[in-house]
Design a protein around this ligand. Structure first.
Ligand code: SF4
Length: 452
């Protein structure tokens, strides 16, 4: 029986694809190996959001091939969709399977199961690997969030994006927006609740566009209401939602329902209106601020995060200063900071006014310092509070970890509880990037009451 091992890179949606890939291979009769070089087939599920992400993938391929030249490597995901020829020329790569064919990975491996294994030599004029990359279809192929060993399964309910942000390669590698029909979302959530999962993360590439492709048309808000009414999953977390989709109704629903995590992640990208225009983002800073402040009013202790980019082409010192001061003025509890990375075939990549790497790095460092300060302020504000959380398992130091509803890492003193329990934690002390606390009490698993 052939063995496989999957290595996942990238965002939550990509990781959800990785979980579904695993289920696909298990269903096909393959077994999972503990490590990529020890497997017959190493599946590398890639990301291509930055040049660094691409480089990490190439490095991983080289490492696996060096450690075991007999391991056949299958590269799939966003990088595979964007640059199949480039990947197919890397030594050790047997298959390149784009997002267009990701749902057929098991079939592709089995169809070529008779091929001799071993070191494959590639030349620049020869395609050494089998390449499976085509147009992305309008169907929602990938049904993710198979029950896994993870405590917080990610259910991908939407894929692709119809927006055209000038820096972003995602629409080219994931296609147009498409959604998992509400009935299937409900079914999967009931199954996950039945498996004993307490928290499920609803994810997508552009969640706010959920349902616009369906007939009859659905909306993300209606889906959330149906989930509340028709499933008993104990906690739902919305992974990320674009600012223009954060409506007053959505904030009211999430803030008013204890089953939703006390958390919003709303990509900003830049706090300068001039740069937002050039990025082709569809909001002004004033509109963004209005939504973040509305979230804070409705959720006084909620976690609020954003994606922010530094060094977009043409970003001047004044733009950067405006962006930093805008971010500082808002009640963020964490930020994901990305240095701009030129992605081939995007409008921003061909601009002549690219920001020098050193300057972008300095801006990143300055922004990181500011974020760390805001983060510490928020952590301190939580001391003495009782936080709802889900246990995650042990840290490498042996203490039980948990994630709070408002997206804080908790370390639990004297706690022997297994993963995946809903608990209430009294926050006692700030440590590094999280809080120490003790368990006040645990709630019974939601699945105990789940009848579906
Ligand atoms: S909204 Fe913009 S940044 Fe986000 S995936 Fe779509 S094109 Fe990319």
């Amino acid at each position: 029986m052939e063995t496989f091992h999957i290595l996942n890179f990238g965002c939550r949606a990509s990781r959800a694809d990785g979980v579904a890939l695993k289920a696909q291979l298990l269903r096909a009769g393959m077994t999972e190996a503990g490590d990529a070089p020890a497997s017959d087939v190493a599946v590398i599920n890639t990301c291509t959001v930055t040049a660094t992400a691409d480089a990490e993938v190439r490095q991983t391929i080289r490492r696996i091939h060096r450690q075991n030249p007999h391991c056949r490597i299958l590269v799939t995901g966003c990088y595979a969709q964007r640059a199949p020829e480039e990947i197919s020329r890397l030594e050790g790569v047997s298959w390149v399977v784009g997002n267009s064919h990701k749902h057929r990975v098991a079939e592709i491996i089995q169809a070529s199961g008779q091929q001799p294994r071993g070191r494959r030599e590639a030349t620049s004029s020869e395609t050494a690997a089998d390449v499976w990359v085509g147009e992305i279809s309008a169907e929602f192929h990938f049904l993710a969030a198979e029950p896994d060993d993870r405590t917080r399964p990610v259910l991908k309910i939407q894929d692709g994006c119809n927006a055209r942000c000038s820096f972003c390669i995602i629409p080219a590698v994931r296609g147009r927006s498409r959604s998992l029909p509400p009935e299937q979302v409900i079914t999967r959530l009931r199954e996950l609740a039945g498996e004993g999962f307490q928290e499920v993360v609803l994810s997508g590439i552009n969640l706010g566009s959920y349902g616009r492709d369906l007939a009859p048309r659905a909306t993300f808000l209606d889906l959330l209401k149906r989930i509340l009414a028709e499933t008993r999953i104990a906690r739902l977390r919305i992974s990320s939602i674009e600012p223009m989709d954060v409506s007053a109704d959505l904030i009211r629903l999430v803030a008013g329902e204890p089953r939703f995590a006390d958390h919003f992640h709303v990509p900003l990208q830049s706090g300068s209106d001039r740069i937002l225009r050039q990025m082709n983002r569809r909001y002004w800073t004033a509109q963004y601020a209005e939504r973040i402040l509305a979230i804070r009013e409705a959720m006084p202790c909620g976690g609020i995060g954003a994606d922010v980019m530094v060094g977009f082409p043409g970003e001047t010192a004044a733009d950067h200063a405006a962006s930093a001061s805008f971010i500082d003025s808002l009640p963020f509890t964490y930020l994901h900071l990305f240095p701009y990375s030129a992605r081939p075939s995007t409008p921003a990549a061909v601009r002549r006014d690219q920001v020098e790497g050193r300057v972008a790095q300095e801006r990143g460092t300055e922004m990181r310092r500011m974020i760390a300060r805001k983060r510490q302020d928020f952590l301190r504000s939580q001391l003495g509070r009782t936080l709802s959380a889900v246990t995650l398992g042990k840290s490498r130091h042996g203490e039980t970890m948990a994630l709070s509803s408002n997206y804080l890492n908790l370390s639990l003193a004297d706690c022997t509880m297994v993963a995946n329990r809903l608990i209430r934690v009294r926050a006692q002390r700030v440590h590094e990037d999280g809080l120490w606390g003790y368990v006040e009490h645990a709630q019974p698993p939601a699945c105990a009451a789940e009848s579906n």
